[in-house]
Design a protein around this ligand. Sequence first.
Ligand SMILES: [Zn+2]
Length: 98
Amino acid sequence: MMFNELQRRLHDWLPNGPKCQLHQVRLRMGKTRIVYGLIAESEKRLEACKSLFPNANSVTLGGCEVCTNSPRTQLRQYCKSCRAAEREWNEQNPNVRW
Ligand SMILES: [Zn+2]
């Protein structure tokens, strides 16, 4: 936990970090939820993701292997604007799930 926090701060501090190609804002480091099991991502969602929130990265697909000590979260880069766009899209498309 301590190390993750340090990594996150260091990342936010670096001046030339990667940017979101869509929103032109710096990507930030944050926790993402890891989802295990087979997940059928809908075509509609994939399309929206590519064009509207390419760096939302709110969920990481962890595959089918689940151990009791499998991590539940992971640090990844994400774009704040993409996450906002994803949230909005989720609200407009309540029937399209992961
Ligand atoms: Zn973005």
